[in-house]
Design a protein around this ligand. Sequence first.
Ligand code: SAM
Length: 246
Amino acid sequence: MPRPKLGQHFLIQNSILERIAVTACPTPEDLVVEIGPGRGALTQRLLRRAARVVAVELDPSLVEHLRRRFSGEPRLHVVEADVLKTDLAQWGRGPVAGNLPYYITSPILEKVVALDVPRAVFLIQKEVAQRLVAQPGGREYGLLTVHVALFARTRLCFEVKPSAFRPPPRVDSAVVLIEPRRPPDISDPARFLEFVGQCFRHKRKTLRNNLVETYGKERIDSWPEARLRAEQISLDQFTELYRRLA
Ligand code: SAM
């Protein structure tokens, strides 16, 4: 029985599974790391496109199922672990793929963009996918957008309806392609993201109102952007504001 608490919505539509595998491995790969393999529907397709697949699954009963199902397949390594507590770079460099457990989408994205991987291809909630590709000024633009944009280029590849899953999730889904890139030249990315978090603390408030307590009136009031809201500020503008504070 699927365990809803672990985000278990299994993909049953072959064409979608194939498109995810092709997007993750457009050409043959030495290694792919899969997050949340479930019963192995995507795993099977990744094995056709990569010499080795490492699949990280938390649910012991699914791990047992996978080890039985793929017992004759030495190219698959099933790891029973929580993805958030696992070093995903330990097996080598390769794309990361998965139909993600939606309850931990954001921490997985934040973890994976910090890795040196050629690309990551994830099936996630459509609403989160839209936040990833949002532009300043839009309703979906927020801290997650800026966090991911700092480390990667992101593309929404295609949408997936609930009927492609068993059991169907309550929300629409989408596949995103994430390609890490060299981040802008920022001395301390973690502190930069803390600063961006402060800017977004109260989304409807201006930068001035969100920052004045920490950085003082004189400094913030001298900024031409002080009366804008964080959702109107691009990544380049955030890096410029952060440099001004340094
Ligand atoms: N890939 C399969 C498919 O498409 O049919 C299953 C995808 S299902 C949406 C998410 C999978 O992630 C489930 O198998 C679930 O048990 C697993 N999972 C949930 N939390 C996890 C965690 N913290 N670490 C690793 N896997 C997790």
